[in-house]
Design a protein around this ligand. Structure first.
Ligand SMILES: *Cc1c(COP(=O)(O)O)cnc(C)c1O
Length: 392
């Protein structure tokens, strides 16, 4: 059977007493044992029986097992948010005195985590142009713990060569960690492109309908340390495991992920093509467009779909604010890959706390609007963009 079928039909770890087709949500902090020996065996890892939900919960395990079936990963860990997943992955491979080679084009909180929070614990962040493999090679040294990137950067829409980066990482025997939130693992294999560990904000495509927050670390097992540190140290010490209720909602979302994604990606492509004819829009950035500078590499790495996020550039910041204020259908909200289409002005919101020069260094422009394309009819989305551009 294909992965998608396996994921849908993955059975729960134990048979249900009533034969329920749905799966049980174990809203419990702790688990009772029949005797002292069974208790000791569970606590010492000699059996798989759960003992305390900060360390493991059957509903969360079920969600992880479905992701495992879809990705053929060695280990999958579900966390409370995407940021918790990123924190766990980075803390599994780094230490004081080590460095991470990454780019200036990163999700705002990931930059803040690396440079601020982990920086205070002695981690160095080296931001280089990941499109320039020679620069990357020159930046990696004995103290480099990993190369870290986002597969399509937000909002710049840059796509780096994963295979090229993985070769550099593997020459130094360090993992390539990729935030793959932008393209779901149902449509491409990060492992085949040389990625060792995927981190995903499952808040986005997977939850579907923005029902819940979540994050995943998907480990392909090339660096056993990742599993060892997360499973036996960070899960218990950081306490960031996904809640059973979120695991329930995200499992339901996961079952329809592939179907939803295909409609959203097609909507995004159709809309991107049509927006190019509107005179108020100076640039439509979407790697699915054939003349986009990253079209070819996107096609090669991720296949024919290019995700559900588009950015458009308008004349200036005032034009952007005016556009956002006049939207009637597309919602004014952050988040990505909700069923509803969303619009945001990244420079004044997500990147608002950064200084003007920091934003320039990150290529976050005042003229850019980010659109997350949902499941609506694309004619209605086009009409809404058009009327909001024309409104005074
Ligand atoms: C949203 C997002 C995150 C953070 O995820 P949360 O679930 O909000 O913590 C990380 N990386 C990318 C690319 C994202 O879009």
């Amino acid at each position: 059977m294909k992965n998608q079928t396996l994921a849908i039909h993955t059975s729960f770890q134990r048979e249900d007493a009533y034969g329920a087709l749905g799966f049980p949500v174990y809203h419990t902090a702790a688990y009772e044992f029949p005797n002292a020996k069974a208790m000791a065996d569970a606590f010492c890892g000699r059996t798989q029986d759960p003992d305390y939900s900060r360390l493991g919960n059957p509903s969360v395990t079920y969600f992880e097992n479905k992701v495992k079936a879809l990705t053929c990963a060695a280990n999958v860990f579900a966390f409370n948010t995407g940021m918790a997943a990123i924190t766990n992955a980075l803390m599994a491979v780094t230490a004081a005195g080590k460095n991470v080679v990454t780019s200036n084009h990163l999700f705002g909180n990931t930059v803040a985590l690396m440079k601020g929070t982990l920086g205070r614990f002695g981690l160095e962040t080296r931001s280089v142009d990941l499109l320039d493999l020679e620069r990357v090679k020159a930046s990696v040294d004995e103290q480099t713990a990993c190369i870290y990137l986002e597969i399509i950067t937000n909002p710049q829409m840059e796509v780096a060569d994963l295979h090229g980066l993985s070769e550099i990482a593997h020459e130094h025997n360090i993992p390539l960690i990729a935030d793959t939130t932008m393209i779901p693992f149902t449509v491409f294999s990060a492992k085949d492109l040389g990625v060792d560990v995927e981190v995903v904000s499952s808040t986005k495509y997977i939850s579907g309908g923005a029902t819940s927050l979540g994050g995943l670390v998907i480990d392909y097992g090339r660096f056993p340390n990742v599993n060892r540190v997360i499973r036996y140290e960070l899960i218990s010490n950081l306490g960031a495991i996904m809640t059973p209720h979120a695991a329930y909602m995200q499992t339901i979302g996961l079952e329809t992920l592939d179907a939803r994604y295909r409609v959203q990606a097609q909507n995004a492509l159709d809309l991107a093509k049509r927006l190019r004819s509107l005179p108020q829009i100076t640039y439509v950035n979407y790697t699915g467009l054939e003349d986009n500078p990253f079209h070819e590499i996107s096609l090669k790495q991720f296949g024919p779909t290019a995700g559900g996020m588009i950015t458009i550039d308008l004349a200036d910041k005032q034009a952007c604010f005016n556009f956002i204020n006049h939207l009637k259908l597309i919602r004014r909200a952050t988040n990505l890959f909700d069923n509803k289409s969303l619009a945001i002005h990244p420079a004044s919101t997500i990147f608002g706390p950064f200084s003007g020069s920091q934003r320039r260094a990150m290529d976050v422009k005042d003229t850019t609007i980010r659109l997350s394309i949902g499941l609506e009819d694309v004619d209605d989305l086009y009409e809404d963009v058009k009327q909001a551009l024309e409104a005074e």
